[in-house]
Design a protein around this ligand. Structure first.
Ligand SMILES: C[S@@+](CC[C@H](N)C(=O)[O-])C[C@H]1O[C@@H](n2cnc3c(N)ncnc32)[C@H](O)[C@@H]1O
Length: 202
């Protein structure tokens, strides 16, 4: 049985995200991805960049099955088996492979409790090398305001799904990162009113 899941948004955003990653990451890099979801990003990025050793992860067993299926189908030798990482956990189970050159987190911050963002920052501080990159992507507010009506609608939908979810403010995420020694270097405007945030570990 084919266990691959497909996300329509990934087909649209993977190219623009890859462009940013290629610019901000070295051509040879050890990358840890959290909240990999279907695994389509992992397969696509690793295929595009053979010098990246890509470790996908997700706390959800069905997601990990999909990631493993994508790895098998694509036959990408530079994607490792998916790890079971809940960013809220004290230990992520990949400590023996640290330090990583980059930590990538796509579309998780708005669709998880704020505690997950705090966990993400704690993990990035713990597992990234000095000068390593934390990359996050998704919908964000800026200065407390939505950047587009579609993001406001999305925010309401998220909160209806779970009151702890919601589109976060860039400044709020930046503060949580700075508290862990991760400094916001760049905010990149992406298609469909999304943003990429690039942090460097001090
Ligand atoms: C909207 S999906 C995004 C998946 C993929 N990155 C993408 O862009 O298609 C959100 C993902 O966040 C993961 N997630 C939620 N809470 C998490 C946590 N505490 N730690 C790690 N991942 C989490 C979910 O399992 C899910 O795969």
């Amino acid at each position: 049985m084919d266990q691959r899941s497909f996300s329509p948004s990934t087909a649209r955003n993977r190219g623009p995200i890859l462009n940013v990653l290629q610019r901000v990451l070295p051509a040879e890099a050890k990358v840890l991805e959290v909240a990999s979801g279907t695994g389509e990003h992992a397969a696509f990025f690793a295929r595009a960049m053979p010098g990246w050793s890509w470790r996908p992860s997700d706390p959800d067993a069905d997601a990990r099955a999909s990631i493993a299926a994508w790895i098998e189908t694509e036959g990408a030798a530079n994607v490792l088996a998916p790890a079971a990482i809940d960013v809220c956990a004290e230990e992520w189970g990949v400590e023996q492979d640290a330090p990583f050159d980059a930590l990538v987190c796509i579309n998780m911050i708005h669709i998880s409790p704020w505690q997950a963002t705090l966990g993400l920052m704690a993990g990035a501080a713990r597992l990234l090398r000095v000068g390593g990159v934390l990359f996050t992507y998704g919908a964000y507010k800026r200065g407390g305001a939505h950047t587009a009506p579609s993001n406001e609608t999305f925010d309401a939908w998220l909160k209806q799904r779970d009151a702890r979810f919601g589109v976060r403010d860039v400044e709020e995420v930046e503060r949580a990162a700075r508290a862990r020694g991760l400094l916001l270097q760049e905010v990149v405007e992406m298609p469909a009113n999304n943003l990429s945030l690039v942090f460097l570990r001090n």
